[in-house]
Design a protein around this ligand. Structure first.
Ligand SMILES: Cc1cc2nc3c(=O)[nH]c(=O)nc-3n(C[C@H](O)[C@H](O)[C@H](O)COP(=O)(O)OP(=O)(O)OC[C@H]3O[C@@H](n4cnc5c(N)ncnc54)[C@H](O)[C@@H]3O)c2cc1C
Length: 367
């Protein structure tokens, strides 16, 4: 029986585990240290179509990724607290900027049916869609936009895999060649997938493998808003106001507001009180409701590469080691597709040209 190890149980590793669970002839181990995980701390917005990024490989990965998240949600019966296709609204202060964005949206809509029928919304129409908002600039509504709870997504897929062929071990491990090391023990695997996010180099620190990757701190708040339980927040669209924090309407009377992008903080996960105060103040101002409270603060470490693009695939000169990292601020959108492709690569079942999605892994190794 083939033994496969997955290192890291974030969105990439959990998706790999899910796809490999379809093969009863495999024995799959998932090792996860569960610290600082980006997936758990993420805002959860899936709406890549109007991104300003010019990287074509990233755009294809993110748009195909958004479609796959929906497919996985349907295929595995995810509940609306895990995945919800509630739409996204992007606002603009300047009417001209709104016009430009709308014409881009209409153009992109033609090749990206998942966006749905994009429309311009006046401030009043935005207030109708999100009734607690008391003031907003006009914007664009993308019906295909959605939100995902990263932590619940991973738990859901891992639960399916655990019923099949997965064994989960909550340990921090190191990898060298075909060996996985922890607690002074060593275990040999036929194939190893390292999806350890920003910690990928630490995981390979006993080997010759080193990637050009750096950590970025992200923070958001889980706010409790006083809506008087008049409507279900979870069914309302995500709001992405220009130059402000995004607002992700969530469960009960909770919403997420964020996130920060803090470079040069290494793996620090201390709360910035200043950022939390700004975030709750934004909700007070947008809603004109007082006494909204910070229920929780979420902190995570994103992984970045020098060209801001994720990488994944086989490590050059190591036929049995596969990696993924550098998913940055859009990993909930791209991670499921990366996980699916990696699961096909380890089994040798891939008939897809991955250069459509990513540069060669070699490009991201430290020279
Ligand atoms: C605040 C914030 C907001 C975000 N918002 C969004 C958003 O709205 N939309 C979007 O698409 N993306 C968003 N992202 C980005 C997204 O969360 C990440 O890109 C994505 O989750 C990365 O997934 P991953 O599986 O590569 O890594 P991670 O989720 O970081 O998982 C890596 C896992 O590996 C484990 N690990 C590390 N080293 C070892 C080891 N040696 N042994 C065992 N286990 C190990 C870690 O504990 C962790 O569990 C956001 C991120 C943050 C921080």
């Amino acid at each position: 029986m083939k033994k496969i190890a997955i290192i890291g149980g974030g969105i990439v590793g959990s998706t790999v585990a899910y796809y490999l669970s379809k093969y009863q002839n495999l024995c799959v181990y998932l090792f996860d240290s569960e610290n600082g995980q980006a997936t758990k701390a993420a805002a959860g917005i899936i709406s890549p179509w109007l991104s300003k990024r010019r990287n074509k490989k990233w755009f294809k990965l993110a748009t195909d990724g958004a479609a796959l998240v929906k497919e996985i949600a349907l295929e595995t019966n995810m509940t609306s607290d895990i995945y919800n296709n509630s739409g996204t609204i992007i606002t603009r202060k300047n009417p001209n900027d709104l016009k430009v964005l709308y014409s881009l949206a209409k153009q992109r809509e033609k090749n990206n049916y998942q966006m749905g029928n994009v429309e311009i919304l006046t401030s009043k129409e935005i207030q109708q869609k999100i009734p607690y908002i008391s003031k907003s600039n006009p914007g664009i509504f993308i019906p295909g936009g959605s939100k995902i709870d990263g932590e619940l997504y991973c738990k859901h897929l891992q639960k399916i895999a655990l019923k099949s062929n997965l064994i989960k071990i909550n340990k921090k491990v190191k990898v060298d060649n075909n060996m996985v090391y922890y607690d002074n023990q060593e275990f040999e695997f036929d194939k190893i997938i390292v999806s350890a996010g920003a910690w990928i180099n630490e995981c390979f620190s006993n080997s010759m493998i080193k990637f050009d990757i750096y950590p970025q701190k992200g923070q958001l708040i889980d706010a409790q808003i006083n809506t008087g339980n008049k409507f279900k927040l979870n069914e309302l669209p995500v709001l992405m106001p220009e130059g402000q924090y995004d607002v992700i309407n969530n469960y009960d009377n909770h919403l997420f507001v964020g996130a920060t992008h803090e470079n040069g903080m290494n793996f620090d996960l201390k709360e910035s009180k200043k950022a939390s105060t700004e975030m709750i103040k934004q909700i007070d101002e947008l809603s004109n409701i007082n006494n909204n409270k910070i229920f929780d603060v979420k902190l995570g470490t994103r992984a970045y590469t020098n060209d801001f693009a994720p990488f994944f695939g086989r490590v050059p000169n190591y036929k049995d080691i596969f990696v993924a990292s550098g998913l940055g601020s859009s990993g909930l959108t791209t991670g499921p597709l990366i996980g699916k492709i990696l699961s096909e690569m380890v089994l040798g079942n891939i008939n897809l040209d991955i250069s459509l999605y990513t540069k060669d892994v070699n490009e991201y190794l430290t020279k």
